[in-house]
Design a protein around this ligand. Structure first.
Ligand SMILES: Cc1ncc(COP(=O)(O)O)c(C=O)c1O
Length: 380
């Protein structure tokens, strides 16, 4: 057991007894979300596509294990620190879906390789050379997935021919080897309707499979085709040749996903429990959860979260430790009193988790477990 044992939240047996602010995970909703994605991907992929959920969302052992029990082939992480946390938790297959650069990081990957299959994403010869120079003297060929940019405009090589060129160059290096391709169609987050997400998912899959086929035709071992996120995973899984999909935030859902239509508000599994600490004007409530409790992203729509039991109310603005809820004109005043506790669905679940040491697992109003956020703050 961890240091959390001494925390008051350990002793609370019901949500109402918890000290705030604190993050709650509704276990039944979580399980439904995990199962729903596992089933939809299995169906779309005809059983040949595996889930590789992105663990940056939850950063906890308990949720990782649930995902693996539901058939995930392994997990995705973004950082070596998260990989350390997940290998420590017993995960044996990880994709670090990030251009990992630097001997300090490779040093830390080394011991992980004794316990787990670890692959990294690469989109440049610079990183291929750096990784090779480090791993070759250890007699290791680190498997890499070549990342392709399919329109998000972040990382990734810019064309199939660039991917082939990089694969050819990697072949010349003693300490790395091509194991497949990956992409992340984050442009799906800018869509207004599900049809567009489906299109982006299909194109993520099709472009990646096309590149993998090109590499295979040139004798590269491009076995893994890793694509997809919460809005695109199911559509991408339907593309023949895709081998795995990497949704993350589907585990919890959040307001962004509600806006995208990938989850219903009432299915969101993660809420922040906060206490009303001030009610200085009839139309203003202030809760004890601000920028140090919610992820900072408000996606430009002017909220940090929405009240679970009063969905017309949002956290309109936040200071470090204050969340300010303004009653919209014409709305029904929930008549909260100082000391009342409210549950708030955040804009972005993944960023919110990273602000907390533990997640409180609940079943209805009962506290059933405390899950340490083992990957918290592991940004290196
Ligand atoms: C490389 C990569 N793969 C997968 C995901 C998962 O996306 P989501 O949380 O939307 O499911 C992300 C999210 O940022 C990502 O960056």
């Amino acid at each position: 057991v961890t240091a959390a044992a001494s925390m008051p939240s350990r002793r609370a047996t019901s949500v109402g007894d918890l000290d705030t602010p604190v993050v709650l995970i509704d276990v039944a909703r979580l399980q439904r979300n995990l199962q729903g994605m596992a089933e939809r991907v299995a169906q779309a992929g005809g059983g040949r596509v595996r889930l590789r959920p992105h663990a940056k969302t939850h950063k906890t052992r308990q949720i990782a294990m649930r995902q693996l029990e539901l058939g995930a082939i392994g997990l995705t992480v973004a950082k070596v620190g998260e990989a350390e946390a997940m290998v420590g938790a017993g995960v044996e297959d990880l994709l670090i879906a990030y251009p990992v650069l630097g001997d300090q990081k490779y040093e830390r990957i080394l011991p992980l390789l004794r316990k787990a299959r670890i692959r990294i994403a690469i989109d440049s010869l610079d990183i291929a050379e750096a990784a090779s120079a480090f791993f070759a003297p250890h007699g290791i060929k680190l498997p890499v997935l070549i990342e392709i940019d399919t329109g998000f405009g972040r990382t990734g090589v810019q064309s199939p021919s660039e991917a082939l060129q990089l694969a050819d160059q990697i072949d010349e290096l003693p300490g790395v080897e091509v194991a497949g391709v990956m992409c992340f169609g984050g442009q799906a987050y800018q869509t207004a309707e599900a049809g567009e997400q489906t299109e982006i998912g299909r194109s993520e899959g099709q472009v990646s499979v096309q590149v993998a086929n090109l590499l295979s035709a040139h004798n590269h071992k491009a076995q893994s085709v890793s694509v997809g996120s919460t809005p695109t995973a199911v559509a991408a899984a339907g593309v023949a040749g895709v081998t795995e999909v990497r949704p993350g935030v589907y585990a919890f859902g959040d307001l962004k996903q509600v806006q995208l239509g990938t989850v219903k508000f009432e299915d969101c599994a993660l809420t922040v429990l906060a206490t009303v600490v001030s009610h200085p004007r009839p139309e203003r409530y202030v809760v004890d959860a601000g920028l140090k409790t919610f992820a900072g992203e408000n996606y430009g729509w002017g909220t940090y979260g929405r009240l679970l039991d009063h969905p017309d109310l949002i956290v309109d603005w936040a200071a470090e430790e204050h969340g300010v809820i303004l009653l919209p004109e014409g709305s029904v005043d929930p008549k909260l009193r100082i000391g009342d506790k409210v549950r708030i669905v955040p804009d972005h679940a993944c960023g919110t988790v990273n602000m907390h040491d533990e997640l409180i697992a609940i079943d209805g109003d009962a506290v059933v477990d405390v899950w340490p956020v083992i990957g918290r703050g592991r940004v290196r």
